[in-house]
Each structure stands twice: as structure tokens, then as C-alpha cells.
Ligand binder design. Structure first.
Ligand code: G3I
Length: 278
């Protein structure tokens, strides 16, 4: 399980030191009571920030302090419950350069290892991830991911893995081979990998040809994870088309999940399940 929004900074905090834990607690408690593995998302991201962070008058020292404070608060609260944490999310542009976020513009690349250090301090047992999209095949952006890994490791900060978000379009996923190869690259730094936000969208209305292609596409991505010893999990980003984020962002597209709007399993479900033998 992953909280899609409930643990984002902007959803949690309306003012410095003021947190509303209701939704996040509900998810963490549900996971604990039902023996679900909980991945947690997300500590440092430029999107869905509280207004008081976005509009704050920060310098390097005060921004670092507030980031460390936030990480200590949230990771500390869910210590032992959040098995994985997405510590830093989407820090890169498509060309592999750093995205000019609030954090980057004020602190520079050092905000990344600083965040990883703070997370490890708050829960030494949690698995700490760098998470991004379009990093499932070698290219400029994945070179950026390698740079981040080296940076964090050069600070002697703990990083345990890379989350390949894997938001795809039907018939245009990264190939099994491309994903396998890039996973080898990431694991060569002694890291684990996960498929962290899998969905494969299509033009609406969907038809049976697209749904069958989607089944093959899900199978390919899931098989790449299955065959990589250090690929520790696959998480779909929403499980039912009823609540997916896709139609809100990509007009005219959707049906990206393994379950349809009525919670029926789609061919996509069987595509992944068959290669995992579940
Ligand atoms: O919370 C407000 C609510 O108060 C308001 O009434 C409502 C009206 O629009 O909006 C609510 O906020 C929405 C929020 O989801 C919570 O539902 C935002 O408008 C909406 O933009 C936001 O979308 C989320 C998106 O991240 C924001 O960037 C999606 O649900 C979520 O699936 C998506 O997830 C991201 C991952 O975190 C990172 N990777 C990419 C992925 C897909 O974009």
C-alpha cells in the first residue's frame, strides 16, 4: 500500500509545526492492522507543498532546518510502520539536469543528501528511495539518477533504492530489456529497485485491442521486476480506473489501472498476475 496523497507535505501541514494526521494515520493504521506492506510517499517534492513553505522567505540555513524538521516529524511518527520512504521525488529534468525547485534554487544539490540523512536518522530501518518518472530506459535522465546516487553516497548518506514510477502509455512502455538493463545499472550501486507507480494509460473510449495490448504491456513490466533479484516490489498508482489521476491530467486518456471502474479485474491484471504466478 502507498498513500497517494495523504503523506504529502501540503496535505499534512497548514503551518510550521502544525500537522493534521487524520488521513495519513488512517492508512498507516489500516496497513498495520491488516498486515500490509506500507511504502510511504513523499518527503521532499516540489509539488503539493504547503503554501507556507512555497511562499516562505527562506535562505539556505532556514530551508534546510525546516526540511530536516519536517522529515524528523513525519518519518519519526511512522517509524517502523513505513517500511519504505520516497525521500526525494522528481528532482530531475528530462535532460538529466536538476529541476529548479525551491529546494535546488536555495540549497543546491546538497538538499538531496541532506534529506536522505535526515530520513535515516529518524528511522534507521526504513528503506530510503529516490523516485522519478521516465527513468526506465538508459538516457540523459537516468544519467542524472546515477549522479544523484553518487552524490548521496559521497555524502555518506544512506540510500537503499530507486523507484521507477513507470507511468506509461499503451504500446509505448519501456521494453522488458530496457528496464532490465537500467535496473542492472541502478543495482550496480548496491541498491534495490522498485516499480513504484505503475499505470499504463490509453485513449478513451478503450477498446478490446487496446486492453489486450495493455495486458501485454503490464506483463512486460512486471516480468522485468520478477527477473531482477533486487527488484523488491511493484506498486500500481491507484488500482481502479474509478479513481485514477490520469483523466484529470491527460485529457481524453485513462483506463490505466488493472481494475476497471466497477472493480472488475481487467486483462491488465492478468497480464501482471500471470507472470508473477499469483
Ligand atoms: O485536496 C484538494 C481538495 O481539498 C480539493 O477540493 C480538490 C479539488 O480539486 O483538490 C484536492 O487536491 C488534489 C489532490 O490530488 C488530492 O486529491 C489536487 O487538485 C490534485 O492535483 C492532486 O493530484 C495528485 C497529483 O499527484 C498532484 O501532483 C494525484 O492525486 C496523485 O495521483 C499524483 O501522484 C503523483 C505522485 O505523487 C508522484 N508521481 C506522479 C504521480 C502522478 O502525477
Amino acid at each position: 500500500m502507498v498513500p497517494e496523497n495523504a503523506m504529502k507535505w501540503g496535505e499534512l501541514s497548514t503551518a510550521r509545526g502544525v500537522y493534521n494526521w487524520t488521513a495519513a494515520d488512517a492508512i498507516a493504521n489500516y496497513a498495520e492492522e491488516n498486515g500490509k506492506y506500507l511504502r510511504c510517499h513523499v518527503l521532499v517534492w516540489h509539488s503539493q507543498l504547503p503554501t507556507w513553505v512555497e511562499e516562505g522567505n527562506w535562505d539556505n540555513e532556514t530551508l534546510v532546518e525546516v526540511v530536516q524538521e519536517h522529515i524528523a516529524e513525519v518519518v519519526g511518527r511512522y517509524k517502523g510502520k513505513c517500511k519504505d520512504w520516497d525521500v526525494v521525488n522528481e528532482a530531475l529534468n528530462e535532460d538529466g539536469t536538476y529541476r529548479e525547485t525551491l529546494f535546488y534554487n536555495i540549497t543546491g544539490e546538497a538538499y538531496i543528501p541532506i534529506a536522505f540523512k535526515a530520513a535515516a536518522e529518524a528511522d534507521p530501518e526504513a528503506n530510503l528511495f529516490y523516485n522519478d518518472y521516465n527513468i526506465g530506459a538508459a538516457g540523459n535522465k537516468t544519467a542524472g539518477v546515477e549522479r544523484i546516487i553518487q552524490l548521496v553516497q559521497s555524502y555518506d548518506a544512506k540510500i537503499d533504492g530507486i523507484g521507477l514510477q513507470s507511468h506509461y502509455v499503451v504500446a509505448d512502455t519501456n521494453s522488458y530489456q530496457a528496464i532490465s538493463n537500467i535496473m542492472d545499472t541502478y543495482t550496480s550501486y548496491d541498491l534495490n529497485v522498485v516499480i513504484s507507480e505503475l499505470d499504463i494509460r490509453m485513449e478513451l473510449p478503450s477498446n478490446s485491442t487496446q486492453l489486450i495490448q495493455q495486458q501485454l504491456d503490464y506483463a512486460g513490466v512486471c516480468a522485468a521486476c520478477r527477473d531482477e533479484e533486487r527488484c523488491k516490489g511493484i506498486t500500481v498508482w491507484q488500482f481502479t480506473d474509478k479513481y485514477s489521476w490520469v483523466p484529470d491530467v491527460f485529457e481524453g486518456e485513462g483506463d490505466a489501472c488493472p481494475w476497471d471502474e466497477d472493480y472488475n479485474k481487467k486483462p491488465a491484471y492478468y497480464g501482471c498476475a500471470s507472470v508473477l504466478s499469483v
